[in-house]
Design a protein around this ligand. Structure first.
Ligand SMILES: *Cc1c(COP(=O)(O)O)cnc(C)c1O
Length: 417
């Protein structure tokens, strides 16, 4: 018994694979170098299985947790790190970073236009939520992206000269927006402009979906802090939950005071037996990211062969694992997402349908059959049911399963055409 694909899909997949040799070689080379970086950090910190035991209760002196934080700091080239299973998601970790950095009267500047949807509630300017930064007296200014989708360096520099400007937020990945994702080098240029305008401003990067896609991370080109989710790239598909922050000691301490409590910071927080999965996930992460990148490029190539527009293009450089596929009609979006779901290892038997998701102005369809609920390092596809009927595809723990999922999705689309 095996999966069944139509002859047409099999031929298309063969043609697609043949054209992807160059980007795949690049992804593999980066995975090799990033794996060596991770291995070197494990070896320097003498990782041993005694560190996997973990703690319960207060979690004082959790050697596994504390060593993992030093490993993260080394990999990201920073003074310190906070890596905790207790972060409920990426939004929680970024929230700790912002509340740690900012005080009443300070100004936060978003350098990449409107931030990720959930961050808008945290900031509280465009969407009022109880407990938001704005409610705590923090000012907020958003610098829209230029028409080409790149940061407006001149306006960012001007905004940073305000006396109360304290932190600049840069979002690396497009998230679920149509703007281009920012390459690490471009983040470096923004950080440089910000620090030139005002050396006392902290540059904080929402690094979600970007970890290990390039050889350098934002903290190695001038960012003061980078933050992300452990059920995306750096958890390698194994971390069961959590978030990480890497950066300047002072910012990490400030965020830790928000994560737990002032005076307690990162000293407490038991790892509840999850240390091994965080270590093993980090060990796997450069490889897993490579699998997700191959899956993304394969999907782009297949859909392009069918005549659809895709972004990024199959052969271009990437800085995150997100792939946009513009599928033109509600029917093709549904067929594609249902095909992805049918190829999943978990919940393959359910049929995703568009639904009224809270916080969206239209229906949304989501396909995901993941071992870890909501883990978008596992193959998943989401689409708001509105023009231009764009599917956001990301993840793929193994290229083999990612490729099979996309072939099933394409099969379903072409059987309707
Ligand atoms: C995933 C993501 C977040 C955080 O989302 P969570 O679902 O809270 O983990 C923030 N910013 C971007 C760009 C993201 O992709």
């Amino acid at each position: 018994m095996s999966l069944h694909f139509s002859e047409k899909t099999i031929n298309m997949a063969r043609e697609a694979s043949a054209s992807l040799a160059a980007p795949f070689a690049l992804f593999e080379e980066r995975a090799q170098q990033n794996t060596e970086k991770v291995l070197a950090a494990f070896q320097k910190h003498r990782v041993s299985d005694t560190m996997f035991a973990g703690t319960i209760g207060y979690g004082y002196d959790d050697v596994g947790r504390d060593t993992l934080e030093r490993i993260y700091a080394d990999i990201f080239g920073t003074e310190a790190a906070l890596v905790r299973v207790g972060f409920v998601n990426g939004t929680h970790a970024i929230t700790a970073a912002l509340f740690g950095a900012l005080r009443a009267g300070d100004k936060l500047i978003s350098a990449t236009g409107a931030p990720y949807d959930t961050m808008q509630g945290v900031i509280g300017a465009s969407r009022k939520e109880p407990g938001s930064l704005v409610e705590y007296g923090i000012e907020y200014e958003e610098i829209p992206l230029l028409s080409v989708g790149k940061p407006d360096l001149e306006s960012i520099s001007t905004a940073c000269k305000a006396k109360n400007a304290k932190a600049v937020l840069i979002q690396r990945s497009r998230g679920y927006d149509t703007r281009p994702s920012l390459f690490v080098e471009e983040i470096g240029r923004v950080a440089e402009i910000v620090h030139q305008a005002n050396p006392d401003i902290w540059v904080i990067v929402d690094n979600c979906y970007g970890e290990f896609v390039e050889l350098l991370e934002p903290t190695q080109v001038g960012a003061d802090l980078a933050v992300g989710s452990l059920i995306k790239n750096p958890g390698g598909g194994l971390a069961p939950s959590g978030g990480y922050l890497v950066g300047k000691q002072e910012l990490i301490e400030r965020a830790a005071a928000r994560y737990s409590a002032p005076g307690i910071g990162g000293e407490c927080g038991s790892s509840l037996g999850q240390n091994r999965l965080l270590y093993q996930g980090l060990f796997m992460a450069p490889h897993t990211v490579c699998q997700a990148l191959k899956t993304a490029a394969f999907s782009a190539q297949m859909l392009m062969q069918l005549g659809y527009e895709v972004d990024p293009l199959p052969l271009t450089q990437r800085t995150d694992i997100i792939q946009m596929l513009h599928l033109k009609t509600p029917d093709t979006v549904k067929a594609f997402c249902q095909g992805i779901q049918s190829g999943a290892p978990v919940d393959s038997f359910v049929t995703p349908e568009p639904w009224d998701m809270p916080g969206y102005d239209c229906q949304v369809i989501m396909a995901a059959g993941a071992f870890v609920q909501g883990a978008s390092i596992e193959l998943s596809a989401d689409a708001p049911m509105r023009e231009p009927y764009t599917v956001y595809l990301q993840g793929g723990l193994t290229y083999e399963s990612g490729k099979a999922g996309i072939m099933l999705a394409v099969d379903r689309m072409i059987s309707r055409l």
